[in-house]
Design a protein around this ligand. Structure first.
Ligand SMILES: [Zn+2]
Ligand SMILES: [Zn+2]
Length: 821
């Protein structure tokens, strides 16, 4: 008898729901030996519903405030999480003012969050022969799922006549009979492939030698065997049939013969979707400048746990990352490589795989099954390197040595919705401390905050201002749109100068990128008679005309309607289409240069899963002359033949009122400029603007981030913006505008009691109505030297609770965004 069995054991169980606290459950004596912090258990919660929750504490205190229920089952054999992972969750919950249950909800793939409403689907690849491995209850459940097509966990419990079916469901999923999902339409198909191995009888050197002699008269069969051994390197290993037959000396017929003789054995195996092997590993050779930076980074890590590495576009940062990763692997450590968006880093993933072979990849476009596989693989320590987007910070590494945050300035690192609204870069910093690992932030145009932290000695700084190889930075030229219009040197929104440049480059067999940060065809329709704009009925924004679908589309709520033929206000049929998006640019440029091959890359195109890869490939193969795109084309792409980048209108983002507008524009234009002339050919960037005198352009033309920073930091200091202050953005929304206004005014009034000067608003945000919901925002700005962040956050938390507790504000949704971007 253990101590807990004698005195009674209790566990605090966290549920993936918007709840602040964990709930205490009693542990039945039979399960006492199994419980451990970090394991999942099944517990009843509210009206006989069951959930899988996580044990976060074990103790002997029976709660007095509520009757304590019992845990039903323990789901895991080994804990999924360690204490430091829970510490990270707790930090995130407190820092970002998000209930701990929601942090759990974010951190776990849904298949790990089984709940009564989880849907079970039949697994189309389930092998009927495996049925005999199932228990009676598993078999009963399998039959029900196959007959009905889908069942939820409540139904499953009824079928096997148990209070909860979690345990049986989990083992059925593990045996491949069913798939768990929260989304009804998702079908997960594990990839099954045929694998070949040598029969155990012939494995080993002596047995093989005899086999070789026997096969002397069948040279083709011998070839197969030799190819097998060459590829597998070990007679006991297994290789896929496909891989084997790809070899020029391996043919299907002799393979079949060997299988019939029983020399080789074929079996079906699920191949992990996480791994795409690359056979040829390449050795990286660093330039002198790169080697110097690498040494500096290593030296800096002896003083700082976090180092900012600023290397201009084309300087070859990736090669340096790879060297650092190699070192960690030699030390037996794991590496988390964060990137802003996986879809945009095809080339990067390829390069990393070329060097390290197996790497894990974790991103939002993966299906549930793939996410769980990767999550479990990390628990089991199967990958040394994992490439991930921002949610990668939740992976339960046990032996992390290095976190790389590439393009650390990118706003994609910030989660907007749902809560927790975390910033993966800032999380990486905290993770680094918890794991005692190093953190490398990389960028050509770091965020003002990170560069400030580096300049003021809080984190290390290493800078590289030389492009790799023979490449030299592109020449950046401005084109004054006002002047060009006066001189009549415009064709629609293209300057003659840009058109001439495009023609010259393409005729010279170079490639051109045209950047326009707006998708669709015409962003605005206006009645020529009464001046009314065609707006979304549910939002206060105008509808975008998409020519491909002939629809007017709202980019905020997704609302669509057929394009209008008359004004809804006055009935006039004269509707003018204004503005231009990428779809129109593609069409216009094609009309101007009918012989050139034009492609487009934006969110609309990439809705098709393979579109990105396809365009990418044709671009690499030189089948595209002109690529038109949104910011999607600005990140990380590296095409040898691109020598001209045209920015069609740089003014749009400069006109934003946000204090970060200039920083964002600079980053974006630097990034997109960086696509030109990355190799032997010199690149050119042509920026069309109405405000060529704007100071941003002088820094851009110099392509010198430090002087841009010096200019910006003065402004930030003068107006007390971050990094000289901290900000929190509070957004209230609801279906009744007057209630939203009342609630936000009350909230602002209360906040002013603590922060009289630091509370701004409430004001309607730039888009104040989305999908029939009205929005108001309050901005809180404070200085950490004057008031503790915890004080403000505690105050905010109480205010939110009090407000949402009031009956008239019950329907108001309050979102709190700490460190908004
Ligand atoms: Zn009208
Ligand atoms: Zn809308």
């Amino acid at each position: 008898m253990s101590l807990f069995q004698e005195i009674g054991a209790y566990v605090d169980v966290l549920l993936p729901l918007p709840l602040e606290n964990a709930f205490t459950y009693a542990v039945p004596p039979a399960l006492v030996e199994e419980i451990q912090v970090g394991k999942r258990v099944v517990v009843p919660f509210q009206k006989g519903k069951f959930y899988s929750g996580l044990i976060i504490n074990i103790h002997a205190d029976n709660p007095t405030s509520y009757p304590c229920k019992m845990i039903e089952e323990v789901l895991d054999v080994f804990p999924l999480l360690e204490e430091k992972h829970l510490q990270f969750w707790k930090w995130m919950s407190q820092y970002y003012l998000s209930p701990l249950g929601l942090v759990m909800n974010q951190a776990f793939p849904s298949a790990l969050k089984l709940a009564s409403k989880t849907i079970l689907l039949p697994n189309p690849d389930f092998d009927a022969e495996s049925e005999h491995e199932l228990s009676d209850q598993e078999f009963l459940l399998l039959e029900a799922i196959q007959i009905r097509g889908k069942i939820d966990l409540d139904e499953a419990a009824k079928i096997i006549r148990k209070r909860s079916a979690f345990g049986v469901v989990r083992s059925l999923i593990q045996k491949g009979g069913a798939i768990a999902t929260e989304e009804m339409n998702e079908k997960v198909a594990p990839k099954i492939e045929n694998f070949i191995s040598i029969h155990p009888q012939f494995q080993g050197e002596a047995a093989l030698r005899i086999l070789f002699e026997k096969l002397e008269k069948a040279p083709k069969q011998l070839d197969i065997l030799l190819v097998f051994l060459q590829l597998a390197k070990d007679s006991a290993a297994m290789i896929s049939r496909k891989t084997l037959l790809k070899h020029p000396q391996a043919h299907p017929q002799p393979l079949t013969a060997l299988l019939q003789k029983g020399v080789l054995v074929q079996s079906k195996q699920a191949i992990s979707r996480l791994v795409e092997n690359s056979s040829d590993r390449k050795e990286m050779i660093l330039s002198e400048a790169q080697s110097k930076s690498l040494d500096e980074i290593k030296a800096s890590f002896s003083h700082f746990s976090t180092v900012l590495f600023r290397g201009i576009t084309g300087s070859g940062k990736t090669a340096i990352y790879i060297k650092l990763i190699e070192e960690q692997i030699k030390l037996g450590k794991q590496v988390l490589f964060l990137v802003p968006e996986i879809a945009l880093t095809t080339q990067l993933v390829g390069r990393i795989r070329q060097v390290f072979g197996e790497v894990g990849v974790y991103h939002s476009k993966m299906n549930e099954q793939e996410r769980v596989e990767l999550f479990n693989a990390v628990v089991m320590n199967q990958f040394s390197v994992v490439l991930g987007v921002r949610s990668g910070v939740f992976l339960p590494f046990s032996n992390l040595g290095l976190i790389i945050v590439d393009e650390e300035h990118d706003t994609a690192y910030k989660q907007q919705d749902p809560s927790p609204r975390f910033h993966a870069r800032d999380c990486a910093f905290v993770l680094g401390q918890l794991h005692a690992s190093r953190v490398l932030l990389g960028s050509a145009t770091p965020s003002i905050e990170s560069y400030y932290a580096a300049k003021s000695g809080k984190i290390g700084l290493v800078e590289l201002d030389e492009r790799f190889g023979v490449a030299i930075p592109p020449a950046i030229e401005l084109l004054d749109l006002v002047k060009a219009k006066e001189q009549g040197a415009m064709k629609d929104y293209f300057s003659w100068a840009l058109l001439a440049e495009i023609q010259e480059k393409v005729e010279n067999h170079d490639q051109v990128i045209l950047f326009r940060n707006r998708r669709g065809y015409h962003p605005v329709q206006q009645c020529s008679t009464c001046g009314k704009l065609v707006e979304c009925p549910k939002c206060d924004v105008s509808l975008n005309y998409h020519k491909g679908t002939q629809n007017l589309v709202c980019h905020y709520c997704g609302y669509q309607e057929k394009s209008v033929s008359h004004c809804k206000a006055c009935g006039s049929e004269e509707i003018s289409m204004l503005g231009f998006g990428t779809e129109k640019v593609e069409e216009d440029i094609q009309a101007l240069f009918p012989d050139f091959k034009v492609e487009r890359l934006d969110q609309d195109v990439t809705k098709k899963k393979s579109a990105f890869k396809d365009i990418f490939k044709s671009m690499e193969e030189g089948k595209v002359d002109i690529l038109v795109g949104t910011q999607m084309i600005s990140k990380g792409l590296d095409f040898e033949n691109v020598t001209l980048v045209g920015v069609l209108n740089a003014d749009q983002s400069l006109s934003w009122t946000d204090f970060r507008a200039v920083e964002r524009t600079f980053q974006q234009l630097m990034q997109v400029s960086g696509r030109a002339g990355r190799h032997a050919k010199k690149g050119k960037v042509l920026i069309q603007t109405r405000q060529p005198k704007h100071p941003i352009f002088s820094f851009l033309q110099k392509q010198h981030f430090p002087s841009f920073y010096e200019w910006q930091i003065v402004e930030r200091r003068e107006f007390g913006y971050p990094p000289f202050s901290k900000m929190i953005l509070i957004t209230l929304s609801g279906k009744k505008e007057e209630i939203v206004v009342e609630a936000s005014e009350l909230m602002a009034k209360k906040l002013r009691l603590t922060l009289p000067k630091g509370t701004l608003g409430p004001v309607p945000p730039p888009v104040s109505k989305i999908n029939n919901r009205y929005f108001r925002q309050i901005q809180v700005k404070y200085h950490v030297e004057k008031i503790k962040p915890q004080t403000i956050k505690a105050h905010l938390h109480d205010l939110q609770k009090a407000l949402q507790g009031a009956p008239i504000f019950k329907s108001i949704f309050i979102s709190i965004d700490v460190d908004p971007t």
